[in-house]
Design a binder for this molecule. Structure first.
Ligand SMILES: [Zn+2]
Length: 289
């Protein structure tokens, strides 16, 4: 417990033990997900599954603290794992090179205790939300846009869920690349991890945290469950059956363009509209908006 001596003064042994026995899923390993993962490992979480199907690009480095130039073109989940094991060599990291969609969301959430949303696509988020509500797993969400962000703890059966107030985006809006700075995702990741600590202490308020970094304001809005919500009220989980996703990363059967890169198991193919990234016998189309 030497490692956590300063933290124990604040959290106490009970909360520290809960942290150390919680298995988490971090969905996405971009700016949000990698910051969440780093904070969780430093906090004392010992078992993490991290899911992402992208590789590290130069345009990630300004906001993703775990990645350096040495990681360029590496699968993000592997770069995350390597970094996290340097913080604590005893931590068990399961890197999963994949997207989270209706084919695997349920399997991914089933055997963990808490799920963190570090995704950047509202439609994939709603799939993850459905899986969490179905299997009664707490989901700690955050979204980032420019210098703003929001975060929410979803406790299935208790608080509202994301489907209570979010709709899937039409392909145009969902494809927009949203800008942000190095500060905002890291701040929101910190809020998410604080929500996790508070949840372990028994916090269960139904609130949306709104952060305006530009104006340095932090507000909370009271939320309510939607009695017509198809996830948490009607238990229909329609996004686990089908969701139209036309942008970001989507599954590809095989590479079907000109190979432009190959190294350490990662292959990149160009096709009209973007790239196909292949690793570990899995390929994903990355459409460039
Ligand atoms: Zn709901």
């Amino acid at each position: 417990m030497d490692r956590f001596s300063r933290q124990l003064l604040t959290l106490g042994i009970d909360v520290q033990e809960k942290i150390m026995s919680t298995k988490v899923l971090v969905a996405g390993c971009g700016a949000l997900g990698s910051s969440i993962a780093e904070l969780l490992v430093r906090l004392g979480v010992k078992e993490l599954k991290i899911v992402d199907a992208d590789v590290v690009e130069l345009s990630n480095l300004h906001r993703t603290h775990l990645f350096t130039e040495k990681d360029l073109m590496k699968p993000k989940v592997l770069a995350c794992k390597e970094f996290l094991e340097k913080i604590n060599s005893e931590v068990k990291i399961e890197p999963i090179f994949d997207i989270i969609d209706e084919t695997n969301a349920e399997d991914l959430v089933k055997d963990v205790d808490v799920v963190f949303d570090g995704l950047d696509n509202i439609n994939y988020r709603l799939i993850l939300n459905d899986a969490c509500v179905k299997y009664e797993k707490p989901l700690i969400h955050a979204g980032v846009s420019g210098e703003y962000g929001n975060a929410k703890l979803v406790i299935p059966g208790k608080t509202s869920c994301l489907a209570c107030f979010l709709q899937p985006s039409d392909s145009r809006n969902a494809c927009d690349i949203i800008g942000t700075t190095t500060v905002v995702p890291n701040f929101l990741a910190s809020i998410q991890v604080q929500l996790f600590i508070n949840y372990l202490r028994g916090y269960s308020e139904d609130e949306l945290v709104i952060a305006d970094l530009k104006d340095l304001r932090l507000d909370k809005i009271k939320m309510k469950r939607n009695p017509q919500c198809e996830a948490c009220s009607l238990h229909e989980y329609k996004y686990l059956r089908h969701m139209d996703i036309n942008c970001g990363l989507t599954r590809a059967e095989k590479a079907e363009g000109d190979r432009i890169f190959s190294s350490n198991g990662v292959e990149l193919y160009k096709y009209n509209g973007g790239y196909i990234i292949c690793y570990n016998q899995k390929c994903f189309k990355k459409r460039i908006a």
